[in-house]
Structures are given as structure tokens and as C-alpha cells.
Write a protein that binds this ligand. Structure first.
Ligand code: GFB
Length: 317
């Protein structure tokens, strides 16, 4: 039986200002966990090993949610490969190593669905990891995340360290990055459809062919799954976290167009990369643990658009 967080547990959320970290903080607070150690690049440079070791020696957290990472969409990943592999290797290695060295009770590491082979059988099962070549547009990020998985497993194997690794599918929700070049597809389309509507444009161009399929999990569902699994999952095997269904980018564009209320046409720019054709997660291991996603995509997109209007669009004037 794994150790469980209690109200007085000192819980570190690394990356608490990001999409995932901020959702985990909301979920912890709503669950009565208030003894939180919140760290982000403003408080400590996680690429600096000395700074991370000093922090863990001083603060001695008992539980760690490692949500800090350099993340981005297909264009950011394919144009900044060195940043993605270097920063993520440094951040995760320093935090995981310090957690083990300073006696953290349990650490939760977050990987990604992009760790699986480009042409993995669909839906992708955890055992498909390392069974084929990776998607070239994000292999750098994927290799870093796979190294993180292996470090957590090796520390468990050699030292009995209690670390677990979750593989989330594509995430979206409040607090996302809405920059049109570095962001993921869903926030990018929300922003670009909103800009097009305000500008009275007659057409909106979607990257790629629109044929690739993607699975989307609302970040509040991810946060709920992370707290749920921190409390009850204690196995060396990775565990997929998703909704178990996907849609094409063209279908997603149609959904976003409807939510935003854009009346123009949708065109496709095939000079932009499609990325992996499909990366639907098999979530039977997750369901066997007793957890299922709750937020439907149409509802999640609508509430995220509302959040965007209230927190981003109005700031831009
Ligand atoms: O979300 P996305 O950037 O990353 O792209 P991935 C998903 C699909 O959406 C691609 C298309 O086929 C894009 O061509 N797309 C259409 C767009 N319009 C846009 C747009 O305006 N912006 C963006 N960004 N895409 C990521 C990995 O892969 O998945 C990350 O690169 C991470 O490392 C993340 O693993 C979960 O889903 O292809």
C-alpha cells in the first residue's frame, strides 16, 4: 500500500504557473492540501543543480509533482530541438535526483503521449514504448521524457525510490500558452479563430492537411488523475492518461469555429508539418485504477475560450 498525502503533507508543485502545474495546485487546494511548496523559474532555476539541491535540503518536501518542463507545439519542437532536449533533461534530472537524495516520500513525473513510436499500433499501449522510431518533429522532447521515465524506474529498481510516471495525451485548458507560433493546436486555433472573427476575415488557414488525429484531455481532468494516482498508484510501469477517443484536426477546427462563432471558411496550409498521423492512448490501465475523464471536449473548448476572452484577449486590447 503506497504512502498517501494527508492535509499536513508538504507537497511541492514544480512548474506551478504553467498549464499543468496551475491545475494541480487548484486540485490540491480543493482537496484540502494547503501545505504547498510552489516553485517555478521565477523562484528557482531548475536547470541549476546546485540551486535545486539547496532548495530540497532547505524545504524538504514530502511529495513532488514534477510539472515543470519546456513544452510547445509542433513548430516550437521542430525549430528548437536543442532547447527541448537540453532543458527538459536538466530540469527533470535535477528535480528527480534531489527528490531521491533528500528523502521525498513520492514523486510524480509527467511524460507525454509523444514518447511512443510514430507508427505505433492505435490505441497506443504502455508496452509500445521503444518499439519503433519516434516522430521526427518532437523526437528531442520525446527522448528527454523517455530518459525521465527510465531515471524514475532505475531509482526504484536500485534504491526503492517511490516514483511514478504518467503519460498524458494532448492537454488544453485555462492557463495554456496561446502564442500562435509556440503553442499547441487547440489554443492556437482558439486564438486564431478569435482574431479572424474580430478582423472580419473571410478565411482561416489551419496548418497541415487537417487529416492527423489527436486526443484532447482537459487539464483539470489531468490534475484530478494526477492527485488520484499519487494517492493510489505505486508501480514502476508508466500509465497513460487520456480520454480514449480522438478526432481529426479538420474536425477540431470545425468545433473551434463553432465555439468562437467564426463565419468564414477554413483552408489548409500543407506547407506546415502534420506531425504524427495519430497518437490515441489506450487508457485501460488507467480505467482499471478506477479513474475516467469527465470533461467533454465541446464543453472544455467552450470554457477554455471563455477563459481566453477574460484573461488573454482583453489584455491585448
Ligand atoms: O498540437 P500540435 O502543435 O502538436 O499539432 P502535436 C497538432 C496538429 O495540429 C499538427 C496541426 O498536425 C499541426 O499541423 N495544426 C493545425 C496546428 N493548425 C495548427 C496551429 O495553428 N498550431 C499548431 N501548433 N498546430 C505535440 C508535440 O505534437 O504534442 C509536443 O510536439 C507534445 O512535444 C504535445 O508532445 C503533446 O500534437 O503534433
Amino acid at each position: 500500500m503506497t504512502d498517501r498525502m494527508i492535509a499536513s503533507s508538504k507537497i511541492c508543485v514544480a512548474g506551478y504557473k504553467g498549464l499543468v502545474g496551475s491545475a494541480i495546485v487548484r486540485r490540491l487546494r480543493s482537496g484540502g492540501f494547503a501545505n504547498l511548496l510552489l516553485i517555478d523559474r521565477g523562484e528557482v532555476d531548475l536547470t541549476d543543480q546546485r540551486a535545486v539541491r539547496e532548495l530540497f535540503a532547505r524545504e524538504k518536501p514530502e511529495y513532488v509533482f514534477l510539472a515543470a518542463a519546456r513544452v510547445g507545439g509542433i513548430l516550437a519542437n521542430s525549430t528548437h530541438p536543442a532547447d527541448f532536449i537540453r532543458d527538459n533533461l536538466l530540469i527533470q534530472t535535477h528535480v528527480i535526483d534531489a527528490a531521491h537524495t533528500h528523502g521525498v516520500t513520492k514523486l510524480l513525473f509527467l511524460g507525454s503521449s509523444c514518447i511512443y513510436p510514430k507508427d505505433a499500433p492505435q490505441p497506443m499501449k504502455e508496452e509500445h514504448l521503444l518499439t519503433g522510431p519516434l516522430e521526427p518533429t518532437n523526437e528531442w522532447y520525446a527522448i528527454a521524457k523517455i530518459a525521465g521515465i527510465k531515471l524514475v524506474q532505475a531509482l526504484r529498481k536500485q534504491h526503492g525510490f517511490c516514483g511514478i510516471s504518467l503519460m498524458p495525451t494532448n492537454l488544453y485548458g485555462p492557463g495554456d500558452n496561446f502564442d500562435v507560433t509556440s503553442s499547441h493546436v487547440l489554443p492556437a486555433l482558439l486564438r486564431r479563430f478569435d482574431d479572424a472573427k474580430r478582423a472580419g476575415a473571410s478565411e482561416l488557414v489551419v496548418w497541415g492537411t487537417g487529416a492527423p488525429r489527436r486526443e484532447f484531455l482537459h487539464v483539470d481532468d489531468l490534475a484530478d488523475a494526477a492527485v488520484f494516482l499519487m494517492q493510489q498508484y505505486d508501480d514502476e510501469e508508466i500509465i497513460n492518461v487520456g480520454v480514449g477517443e480522438d478526432l481529426s484536426i479538420a474536425e477540431l477546427a470545425g468545433l473551434v469555429r463553432e465555439v468562437v462563432g467564426f463565419s468564414g471558411e477554413i483552408a489548409f496550409d500543407i506547407t506546415k508539418p502534420d506531425g504524427t498521423p495519430r497518437k490515441l492512448l489506450d487508457v485501460s490501465r488507467l480505467h482499471a485504477q478506477g479513474w475516467t475523464a469527465k470533461i467533454a471536449l465541446a464543453d472544455g473548448v467552450a470554457s477554455t475560450y471563455q477563459w481566453y476572452l477574460e484573461n488573454v484577449a482583453q489584455m491585448r486590447g
